[in-house]
Design a protein around this ligand. Structure first.
Ligand code: GLC
Length: 549
């Protein structure tokens, strides 16, 4: 029953393997994305094939069997395009070329083909809000070409000699969102680093170019796109002052003239038409930081994108009330437009959830099992299946995150979740590659490696494998049965989905349930907790999955 024969491209191989999610809809579509588990590969830190200390596409391809064995449905690759790497590849100089640091276009094709052979779909990043300052268009703009300048936001400065920025916008990375092109020239807008000039999306040439970029990668066989800063492309007419001072909050509730403008939706409607030209339900996923779930839902209306990241869930504390409110709001708002909710705990921009939530590996495992039991689709970030903590003690000299170097930078901490993965217990860079690693790996990294955890029934890796297998096998999970909250003691979240029950104790102390909801399927508390659970007492920081008789 392979409903995934989506991908008709010659490099595709037989196409991704079927999963429960592959049941065709009334319209013959698979709707695979409605409950997919999508694993983020951050290429520079995943696996290094050539030993230069930087991960690459060949290294990633060689490690794909790990992802197939883990049981995920798809892989999302962060940018590997030609880039001066001012923001780890989120500054793209050529959208149709692979950076030599990561390999070649042939390596990208080979990775896609191998992923499909293993039953994994592939999403790639597209970065449409800004280019690199080394992009041919921006270089032409700086050289004075009027057509090229019109593709970016150039403005005269304020003050007698134009020495003040055109408005009061702040960069997400700290400092003004404007840089002057020359001592007596105009200023250009960059919501992120100065090396990342923002495109002017009112310009039809920009719109045409990105539809063409999408087609380029779709033709190569990708199954969809993660859209970087999807909420930022359109700016309010006239670029009005915010009237605020200080750092931009990505998840603030105040409307801002450069985020979440209604005009972005026309762009995604036109992108959806491009995606729909291709067979096999190629998808678009918005990285959209919006004030609330109702605004997020606008990005996933029927004629726009398929998914949007749920940063409200990521930002919720490990607190039953807070989590329940976000879950209800997400399911309600996204359900109202017919879209699945997504859930995420970690990515390359935030402190790893094992560290962020406090409470060590037990709490992180509990959080993961809760997430994987919720209706919809889930995103995993490489290394969370190993229970990796944030690396908090990187020497300043090793840091590369541009936000670290800007005044009042966002948090300066993004390098700590980007430390290369440990694959082996020992050896050069713990199996990351035959050379070193671009960020230093902490001592003890080997004990967390894939090799060290494989086969250990108490390991985080085996917990993820089992959870993903059960999630695939049990029809209630994923996009299956609706969620129904059950009565539970303080600090405990309990819900059922058909004959499946999930109980998550967010308190640090044990809590007594009225009765055991059924047979234990899986327990995600402290490693030794799995065997200890079985009665009606739920240990602290533990999630248990149950099957009702
Ligand atoms: C997104 C990316 C982040 C990057 C920024 C600018 O938020 O996830 O890593 O720095 O966009 O492209």
């Amino acid at each position: 029953m392979n409903q995934h024969s989506s991908t008709a491209d010659p490099v595709d191989g037989p196409g991704p393997a079927p999963s429960r999610a592959a049941a065709p809809s009334a319209h013959g579509a698979t709707r695979w994305w409605r409950d997919a588990v999508i694993y983020q590969v951050y290429p520079r830190s995943f696996a290094d094939g050539n030993g230069d200390g930087m991960g690459d596409l060949a290294g990633a391809r060689a490690r794909l069997p790990h992802l197939a064995a883990l049981g995920v449905d798809a892989v999302w690759l962060s940018p590997f395009y030609a880039s001066p790497q001012a923001d780890a590849g989120y500054d793209v100089a050529d959208y149709r070329t692979v950076d030599p640091v990561f390999g070649t276009l042939d390596d990208a094709g080979a990775l896609i083909a191998e992923a499909h052979r293993l039953g994994l779909r592939v999403l790639v990043d597209v970065v449409p809000n800004h280019s690199s300052d080394r992009h041919a268009w921006f270089r032409a703009a700086l050289a004075g070409d009027p057509a090229a300048r019109a593709r970016y936001h150039f403005r005269p400065g304020k003050g007698p000699d134009g020495q003040l920025p055109p408005n009061d916008w702040e960069s997400v990375f700290g400092g003004p969102a404007w840089t002057r092109e020359s001592p007596d020239g105009e200023w250009y807008l960059h919501l992120f680093a100065p090396e990342q000039p923002d495109f002017d999306w009112d310009n039809p040439a920009v719109r045409d170019e990105f539809r063409s970029v999408l087609r380029f990668w779709l033709d190569l066989g990708v199954d969809g796109f993660r859209i970087d800063v999807a909420h930022g492309l359109v700016k309010a007419p006239g670029l009005p002052d915010t009237g605020r001072t200080g750092q931009v909050e990505l998840l603030g509730s105040a409307p801002l003239p450069f985020f979440d403008q209604d005009g972005v939706h026309d762009i995604y409607r036109s992108w959806r038409r491009v995606l729909d030209e291709y067979p096999g339900e190629r998808i678009g996923v918005a990285e959209a930081w919006t004030p609330d779930a109702r605004r997020t839902a606008l990005y996933v209306r029927g004629d726009e994108l398929h998914q949007a990241f749920n940063f409200h869930y990521l930002n919720a504390g490990w607190d039953a009330g807070e989590l329940r409110a976000v879950v209800d709001e997400s399911l309600g708002s996204l359900g109202a437009v017919g879209a699945p909710s997504t859930w995420v705990l970690s990515n390359h921009d935030v402190v790893r959830h094992r560290t962020r939530l406090g409470g060590g590996s037990g709490r992180a495992r509990a959080a993961t099992l809760l997430m994987l039991a919720l209706p919809g689709s889930a995103y995993l970030y490489q290394g969370e299946e190993l229970g990796l903590p944030e690396v908090t003690e990187l020497p300043d000299a090793a840091r590369q995150d541009p936000s670290f170097f800007r005044d009042n930078g966002q948090d300066g901490l993004r390098d700590g979740c980007r430390v290369p993965l440990p694959w082996e217990e020992s050896g050069p860079s713990y199996g990351f590659g035959p050379g070193g690693s671009w960020l230093p790996q902490p001592a003890g990294w080997g004990a967390l490696s894939v090799a060290a955890q494989t086969g250990d029934p108490h390991s985080t890796l085996e917990l993820y494998r089992t959870a993903l297998r059960l999630r695939r096998e049990r029809p209630e999970l994923g996009d299956g049965e609706p969620l129904e909250w059950l009565h539970a003691p303080d600090g405990v979240l309990a819900f059922r989905r058909g004959s499946f029950v999930c109980t998550a104790n967010t308190a640090a102390e044990p809590r007594e349930l009225d009765a055991a909801p059924g047979e234990v399927l899986l327990a995600g508390g402290p490693a030794e907790g799995a065997g200890a659970v079985g009665g009606a007492v739920l240990p602290g920081d533990t999630t248990v999955w149950w099957a009702r008789g």
